[in-house]
Design a protein around this ligand. Sequence first.
Ligand SMILES: [Zn+2]
Length: 146
Amino acid sequence: MSTWDKQTSSSDEHSFNALPEPSPTTLSAPHWDACKRNQLLAQQCHSCQQFVFPPQPFCPHCVTDTLAWQRSPGKGRIYSFTEIHRPQTPAYSTPYVAAIIELDEGWHMLSNIIDSPATLLSINQRVEVVFIERGASKIPCFRRTL
Ligand SMILES: [Zn+2]
């Protein structure tokens, strides 16, 4: 077996049988590092004040490079959601809820709703971020609030 075969085999096994973990890039590392501290960060444009997520090298609203990381309180509402019954890999236990969250600052994030079945969720329902350990990282998920 060549080195390539070992790497391919190991990679395939990992991606199929384990929940995926973040692979931070230089651009996204500040976000993932903050998650480890139970903090949610998004970029904000100094020129037009718009929030930007996922991380970008330039503001997609005004095309300047004046983005800076800002801490979000992590509160928002469910913009859209769906209940997943057929997982990408056997590592996921089903059903689970995937959702687009609209944060109160106006930016959107694809995440999961935890602690609530889909039957108890609705569009515009208030949610807050909660950080779930996954390997050496933490994943920002959301749960219902009153
Ligand atoms: Zn801008």
